[in-house]
Design a protein around this ligand. Structure first.
Ligand SMILES: [Zn+2]
Ligand SMILES: [Zn+2]
Length: 281
């Protein structure tokens, strides 16, 4: 277990991380709490496979009781990377929407607060956005808050500009919001470092701060505007102080900030130590 001061830093600023659930979903909360995380992200099934055995009721109950035991305030499921809700290929679109609906029902069984999904890709951006909106409009009742993640802009991915993300979530279902990945925002051009306030103004005027429910707190290996999605340890990348701006921001204080940095759990302590050294400056 790491130092008490780093654990309380994570609690105070609502910082969490992506946690391995090797050995069973019920292992997630205890692992998260070793870092003092009040929140964490995990995969509810193998993220590289289309299908997985249905979730057992006992599995969900065991998970929920551990969340309660470790006083975890919110959890986030990250949906499978295979899902492409923007696809023009009917077969891939069908598989994607089935897998997405399965992610929603698993998240609901687990009582997860959030389910984050990538928008997908399509060379025809308008067509792609329409497809995602159709998929979102056909989601039945759900308890989990579905979050669309902004993208770095590699290839034909949709959801790179904040305007595009706001068009995707412009559906009648109000339990749909946004998760902003700081590395992706930076790679797609937004300057969190030298023009932080401008970034927040764009975020508020497009998506609206009230519809941004969480962040993925990642530094970037590549320069701003590179459109390349390569995460870096906090403080070791090109955004550096931009992340400290965001962590310090009172307006975002209660929103979960989940680290998805290289080496995962093995380096979270180092990230927290870096934040601690900078936050008071
Ligand atoms: Zn993601
Ligand atoms: Zn990324």
């Amino acid at each position: 277990m790491i130092d008490e001061d780093l654990r309380s830093l994570a609690k105070k600023y609502v910082i969490g991380g992506h946690i391995s659930v090797a050995g069973g979903l019920h292992n997630g909360p205890a692992r998260a709490s070793e870092f003092g995380f009040p929140t964490f992200q995990f995969f509810s099934k193998n993220q590289m496979r289309w299908s997985s055995p249905p979730m057992k009721e006992e599995e969900a109950i065991a998970f929920k009781s551990e969340v309660y035991k470790y006083a975890i305030k919110s959890t986030m499921v990250h949906a499978s990377y295979l899902i492409n809700l923007a696809s023009a290929d009917p077969e891939l679109f069908r598989k994607s929407s089935d897998a997405f609906y399965d992610e929603i029902s698993r998240s609901d069984m687990l009582g997860s607060t959030f389910l984050t999904v990538h928008p997908g890709s399509n060379p025809d951006r308008k067509g792609g956005i329409d497809r995602i909106r159709n998929a979102l409009s056909s989601v039945g009742n759900h308890d989990v808050m579905i979050l669309i993640e902004n993208t770095a802009g590699q290839g034909n991915v949709i959801g790179t500009g904040l305007e595009e993300v706001s068009r995707i979530i412009d559906v009648s279902d109000k339990r749909i919001g946004v998760c902003i990945d700081t590395c992706h925002a930076w790679a797609s051009s937004y300057d969190l470092k030298d023009s932080y306030e401008e970034f927040i103004i764009s975020l508020d005027s497009t998506i609206g701060l009230d519809r941004v429910f969480a962040f993925h707190l990642n530094d970037a290996k590549r320069e701003r505007g590179s459109r390349i999605d390569r995460h870096e340890l906090i403080g070791k990348g090109t955004i550096d102080g931009g992340l400290i701006n965001l962590i310090r921001d009172e307006r975002l204080r209660e929103k979960p900030k989940i680290m998805e940095t290289p080496f995962g759990e093995a380096r979270f302590e180092e990230n927290l130590r870096y934040i601690q050294s900078k936050i008071g400056e």
